[in-house]
Design a protein. Structure first.
Length: 267
């Protein structure tokens, strides 16, 4: 799209103050495409979300992408902004990505959603903009060469695992590391953690405490590990009493089960 500014050109314009005016035409030129806030608020919002664009130094992203911005209005929660990076060629081909700031849908302040990982959950999220910028610059060579990182196959394994457990399609699977993922089960109020590896030799230390068991196309093993709490549903008092008695009988170590998933083939 020859009429769009590359990310490098956008940075040059931003540095010289080309987008500081709050008038409609200037903010449209800056890249705002859709918004629910007042027009005069766009310039101030651009200064906040624009910081992540200004931190990009990877040559491939600088010269082969353009950026546009959207101010979002969720059903619940305040307005929030995101920066969307499109290839200048017009062909996404798995290379499109979005960086959101203060989204009420996400776990952390900054969240990166990529086409290659899927739009159900962030590929990466963090509280510090410096961490986000560092990560964006690190994936530039992968985007340039079309490299699919191993954790994409790990997520596919987790998806297969959740289906075996009866979870619905489209469940949000969060990436918490190269081998660690988490999701909120349909029933229950704690996040379930799943660990993945390409083979037993590639498994993180301490992953297996017993022999892994085959489960469809994957091999899984249950462990006990503390998970993240989800909003706890209201339950009747009688049910809580019964659960307390069961808890007392079972002892103190009542962490939710965590599954380590080993795909049948290498990641």
């Amino acid at each position: 799209m020859p009429d769009e500014l590359s990310v490098r050109q956008w940075q040059e314009q931003f540095r010289v103050g080309a987008f500081e005016s709050s008038d409609f035409a200037t903010q449209c030129k800056a890249g705002w495409y859709d918004w629910f806030c007042q027009d005069h608020a766009l310039a101030g919002r651009l200064k906040k979300i624009g910081r992540v664009v200004m931190g990009i130094t990877d040559p491939f992203i600088l010269d082969n992408y353009y950026v546009w911005f959207k101010n979002n209005c969720p059903l619940n929660g305040p307005l929030y902004d995101d920066a969307r990076f499109e290839p200048l060629s017009g062909n996404r081909d798995g290379k499109y990505f979005v960086i959101s700031l203060d989204s009420p849908h996400e776990r952390m302040k900054w969240a990166l959603v990529t086409e290659r990982y899927g739009f159900d959950a962030p590929e990466f999220d963090c509280r510090d903009i410096r961490e986000m910028v560092k990560y964006i610059n690190s994936i530039g060579p992968e985007l340039q060469k079309g490299i699919i990182p191993p954790f994409i196959a790990g997520k596919d394994a987790v998806t297969a695992y959740t289906r075996l457990r009866g979870e619905p399609e489209g469940i949000h699977i969060y990436r918490d590391g190269n081998h660690r993922f988490s999701y909120a089960p349909r029933r229950g109020w704690q996040m379930r953690t799943v660990l993945t590896a390409a083979s037993l030799e590639d498994a993180p230390p301490g992953l297996f405490r017993s022999r892994p068991m085959p489960s469809g196309g994957c091999m899984s093993i249950a462990q006990r590990m503390r998970g993240f709490r989800c909003p706890r549903p209201r339950r009747k008092r009688t049910r809580l009493r019964k659960e307390k008695r069961r808890s007392d009988d079972a002892g103190q170590d009542l962490c939710p089960p965590v599954a380590g998933v080993i795909p049948g083939r290498g990641l």
